[in-house]
Ligand binder design. Structure first.
Ligand code: NAP
Length: 303
């Protein structure tokens, strides 16, 4: 397939591109800078210059492709307080892709998140996420997942791949890397309460394979979970960080969490395990990468 990938130069995207090419697909990657264009070209992808706000570029490139994987997200806005702006841009891009792909039955896969899908119990693929009208923060993004699933009614083979907050691996710039940076800066590897909260986890290479399999196989309107591990206790993560950084492992009270964990404070205390049983059965996805604790013990997060 000729596959248009947004966010192809990002951390997960740069694993998705070789995964697709290795399976015999052609990749057209969206690049918003010369540096990203150069890296995409070196990886064997064709480059389309533009940003996710260039809706005409998105529509035209999608119309020329056999499928689309949408990974770009304005993390720069989201992590500096404008989550609404980031999700609005994402929505506009998804609408543009929907217009380009309507009636084609071509695959359209987007990235979403597993954190908070069903707090306190194991989330499954059938769990919907209702988003309050006045929602702020990461939960707002689930509306874009609903929009994507609904594109199935317009003749798009759409699917939403929910990722663990802890997609991990060398070069990670996400949640685990942020927790390591906080432990380093504060001199404490912290957890909230008794640290029994669980987060699912997946190695980056397994996430990349899940995107390829979703593109190739997911039925229209699917919600999928790329959770290799159902739930890793946050206290175990803190203990691994404490060991590697040589800092004490300590409970942080909910009152002190905002000062200690900054933007991660509302998330770190969320118990959010997730199953991927249905996704494995549907796609034949079989994770092979290291688990999160094993990956932490490889040392690259602390180099
Ligand atoms: N990593 C995780 O643990 C995790 C967990 C849940 C969900 N996700 C989602 O998975 C997707 C990929 O995540 P990631 O970890 O690979 O993130 P990342 O490394 O920050 O990559 C984001 C990508 O989006 C591109 N981008 C940002 N703003 C753009 C704009 N205005 N126009 C065009 N492209 C733009 C970036 O381009 P540049 O390369 O030019 O910067 C980059 O290629 C995202 O949707 C993310 O929210 C990730």
């Amino acid at each position: 397939m000729r596959v248009f990938v947004t966010g192809a130069s990002g951390w997960i995207g740069s694993a998705v591109v070789p995964e697709l090419i290795g399976a015999g697909h052609q990749v057209v990657g969206l690049a918003r800078s010369d540096d990203a264009a150069e890296r995409l070209g070196a990886a064997g992808a064709e480059v389309r210059l533009g940003t996710i706000d260039d809706l005409d570029v998105l529509r035209r490139t999608a119309a020329d492709a056999d499928g689309v994987i949408h990974l770009a997200f304005k993390h720069d806005l989201a992590f500096t307080g404008d989550f609404a702006g980031a999700t609005a841009a994402d929505r506009a891009a998804i609408e543009a892709f929907g217009d380009a792909l309507a009636g084609t039955d071509r695959p359209f896969v987007i990235a979403s998140g597993l954190l908070g899908v069903a707090p306190g119990r194991v989330a499954t693929e059938v769990d919907g996420v209702s988003v309050a009208d006045d929602a702020a923060g990461p939960s707002m993004r689930h509306r874009n997942g609903h929009l994507t699933v609904a594109l199935a009614e317009r003749g798009v083979r759409s699917s939403v791949l929910r990722l663990p907050p802890t997609v991990h691996g060398d070069g990670d710039n996400g949640f685990v890397a942020a927790l390591v940076a906080i432990a380093r800066a504060t001199g404490v590897a912290g957890y909230v309460g008794d640290g029994s909260h669980r987060w699912p986890a997946t190695h980056r290479t397994d996430a990349a394979r899940a995107f390829r399999l979703a593109l190739e196989k997911a039925p229209a309107g699917s919600t999928l979970h790329a959770a290799a591990e159902q739930g890793v206790r946050i206290r175990d993560v803190a203990e691994a960080m404490g060991r590697h950084l040589g800092v004490p492992v300590q409970a942080v009270s909910p009152e002190d969490a905002p000062a200690h964990f900054t933007w991660l404070a509302p998330l770190i205390g969320t118990d959010s395990p997730a199953s991927s049983t249905a996704t494995r059965a549907l796609l034949g996805w079989q994770p092979t990468g290291p688990g999160l604790l094993e990956d932490l013990d490889r040392g690259h997060y602390f180099a």
